[in-house]
Design a protein around this ligand. Structure first.
Ligand SMILES: C[S@@+](CC[C@H](N)C(=O)[O-])C[C@H]1O[C@@H](n2cnc3c(N)ncnc32)[C@H](O)[C@@H]1O
Length: 318
């Protein structure tokens, strides 16, 4: 089974600048594809791999078994990376990769409930220990909050109308299956089309609503900035943080963080003299996001939306 095809592998290897004896973090192991490539490319490195999904941990452990003396695999959210590294008595690392979002296995496995293409429990948790499910959000969040989730995390224009339709249906019966939610979205759009002659795209809207719920369930955007900042703090000077993002909402957070943390003063332009005392932690290596070449996209169309950004830690160890 192909768990996940890693993207931008050559670019990741080129920018990570692996060196013998180095310690690297893969914050999002998934199927272990990037880790496997790093361990194969440079002998004598150590790698700590994180994932919050037990399925990924199981798959990657198997995949990386030939390197078991060099690899430590930790089931944890990467927002806890610094603490978990400290427990391993690790203060500094020589590079980190975040390939954020979901793996192909997660998105296509009906049991996860991420896809509207198959009927399944409305779950959407990457981490089964997370108490929040999509079912809970859809049935218990107030209308306004649903609307905001659909708008902020799905950029869906009909967020308000879809939230209202959900409330109407859940008052009749709890919505517990992806198929039911998919039907409700369809009814909502059909009404808009019929009554207001609205231009609607059923597939794209469903994809946006499901994406929004997935982001909310896993708090994907809420934890991103601080997690990346923690990774920057943990980098040894001269070493690099690589982030692959999959949609504009993620990429905006990465880009803004990298811009801010590569700038000395971040005071408002109207302030005549610096009061923030902010100093740059990194320099930007990828002035523009690095994207897959056409030959990669031709064999893996999923790669089309991936964007890699790279920064290098400044300073010296005290
Ligand atoms: C795009 S896949 C990574 C694929 C991987 N680079 C490979 O080569 O197979 C993203 C992975 O990150 C994990 N993930 C997403 N958010 C996470 C988080 N906050 N903490 C830990 N793992 C996370 C997902 O469970 C998923 O397995």
């Amino acid at each position: 089974m192909t768990y996940h095809v890693p993207v931008l592998v050559d670019e990741v290897l080129a920018h990570m600048q692996l060196k013998s004896g180095g310690l690297y973090v893969d914050a999002t192991l998934g199927g272990g594809g990037h880790s496997y490539a790093m361990l194969s490319k440079q002998a004598n490195i150590r790698l700590i791999g994180f994932d919050q999904d037990q399925d990924a941990i199981n798959f990657a452990s198997e995949r990386l078994s030939e390197f078991q003396n060099q690899v430590t695999i930790i089931k944890a959210n990467f927002k806890n990376m610094r603490t978990r590294l400290a427990l391993e008595k690790i203060n500094y690392i020589d590079g980190a990769l975040f390939d954020i979002g979901v793996s192909n296995y997660q998105i296509t496995n009906p049991a996860k409930g991420f896809t509207f293409m198959e009927d399944a429990d409305l779950d959407m948790r990457m981490d089964k220990d997370n108490p929040l499910t999509a079912e809970k959000i859809v049935n218990e969040y107030p209308e306004n909050q649903l609307k905001e989730i659909f708008f902020n995390y799905g950029e869906e224009n009909y967020s308000a109308h879809i939230a209202k339709t959900i409330i109407y249906h859940r008052n009749e019966k709890r919505i517990s299956r992806t198929g039911e939610l998919s039907d409700i979205i369809e009814k909502s759009l059909a009404y808009l089309q019929g009554k207001h002659k609205a231009e609607v795209n059923y597939i794209k809207t469903k994809a946006r609503i499901f994406q929004a719920l997935r982001i909310a369930v896993n708090d994907e955007l809420g934890i991103l900035e601080q997690s990346l900042l923690d990774a920057i703090y943990t980098l040894r000077p001269g070493s690099r943080l690589l982030v692959i993002s999959w949609h504009s909402l993620e990429d905006r957070i990465v880009k803004n963080l990298f811009q801010r943390e590569s700038t000395d003063c971040i005071c408002d332009k109207s302030v005549p003299q610096c009061v923030c005392k902010h100093t740059a932690l990194v320099k930007i290596i990828s002035k523009k996001a690095i994207t897959p070449k056409e030959d990669e996209i031709s064999v893996n169309s999923n790669a089309r939306s991936a964007k890699l950004r790279v920064v290098e830690k400044l300073g010296r160890l005290k």
